[in-house]
Design a protein around this ligand. Structure first.
Ligand code: ATP
Ligand code: MG
Length: 258
């Protein structure tokens, strides 16, 4: 039987992993909510880099910025993703999906990403790309390979689709799809304050796992905190967890809980 620790996938943010029994439970999706600039993407990049170091497979759906920026963004932390984007199937671990340019006037080819969602507002097409890629990767990854999935962020979809019930159904299909893969874990980010309260609550309900990034102004200084609002089957603190964005990425010092 697998040990309890093996059921969990470390986020790579060491201080956080110590506070959540070693990492995120397999077959789950986490909603990571925070205001613009809070550090959501850096959190995801940290999570992805941890996976690459562990030889995991990464499915990275980029919606918020041109996908060619990813390598540059991660290089700032000395995380070189290029070897993992290799076309050699034995080495390829990172699949970047351009779900950005289809909602702009910039031709997809400009970004040289082979994988893309042609029209990110077409949720059936989006789901088909997601499902197809996940199926593909699970078919040739070994049975114990971990698959990390990132959707950064779902906010453009929420903003471009007027009918929320369609988005709800789409996200629900994604969450269920992740749940069907033994060794998969997903992070969906969303911008706090961009959507109505009921949409934020729906995201939390759909995933069942929520990390909130919040800011507080104390004595004229902005302080950043992560709050674990809900994490299934996990003992976790309800305290505000201070975090920082530093040269090492997203950093948490568990001793500094308030
Ligand atoms: N090396 C670094 N040291 C300290 N802070 C950094 C560093 N690199 C980036 N930041 C800070 O991280 C923040 C951006 O993080 P990130 O891109 O993850 O935010 P986000 O929540 O994804 O926001 P959005 O998607 O709205 O742009 C910025 O406020 C920036 O000042
Ligand atoms: Mg971001």
């Amino acid at each position: 039987m697998e040990s309890k620790a093996a059921e969990r996938i470390p986020t790579g943010i060491e201080g956080l992993d110590m506070l959540i029994e070693g990492g995120l439970l397999k077959r789950t999706t986490v909603a990571l909510l925070g205001q613009p600039g809070a550090g959501k993407s850096i959190f995801c990049e940290n999570f992805v880099w941890e996976g690459l170091k562990r030889n995991d497979y990464i499915l990275y759906f980029v919606l918020d910025f041109p996908p060619w920026e990813l390598a540059r963004r991660m290089n700032r932390f000395h995380w070189d993703i290029l070897p993992y984007k290799s076309e050699d199937p034995l080495k390829k671990r990172l699949y970047v999906v351009d779900a950005f340019s289809g909602s702009t006037d910039v031709p997809q080819q400009t970004f040289k990403e082979q994988l893309f969602v042609k029209n990110p507002s077409n949720l059936d097409e989006f789901f088909a790309v997601f499902d197809g890629l996940l199926q593909n990767v699970t078919s040739y990854a070994s049975y114990d390979s971990v698959i990390r999935i990132v959707l950064d962020s779902v906010s453009p979809i929420l903003s471009m689709t007027p009918d929320f019930s369609r988005v709800y159904r789409f996200l629900r299909r994604l969450v269920v799809r992740v749940n069907l893969v033994d060794n998969a874990v997903a992070i969906f980010t969303a911008h706090l304050g961009m959507h109505g309260k009921h949409i934020e609550t729906s995201l939390k309900q759909l995933t069942g796992n929520t990390f909130l990034l919040v800011r507080r102004i104390d004595e004229g200084e902005t302080r950043k905190f992560l709050r674990i609002e809900h994490l299934r089957e996990t003992y976790h603190t309800n305290k505000m967890i201070p975090y920082a964005i530093a040269d090492e990425g997203f950093v948490i010092n568990p001793q500094a809980l308030i």
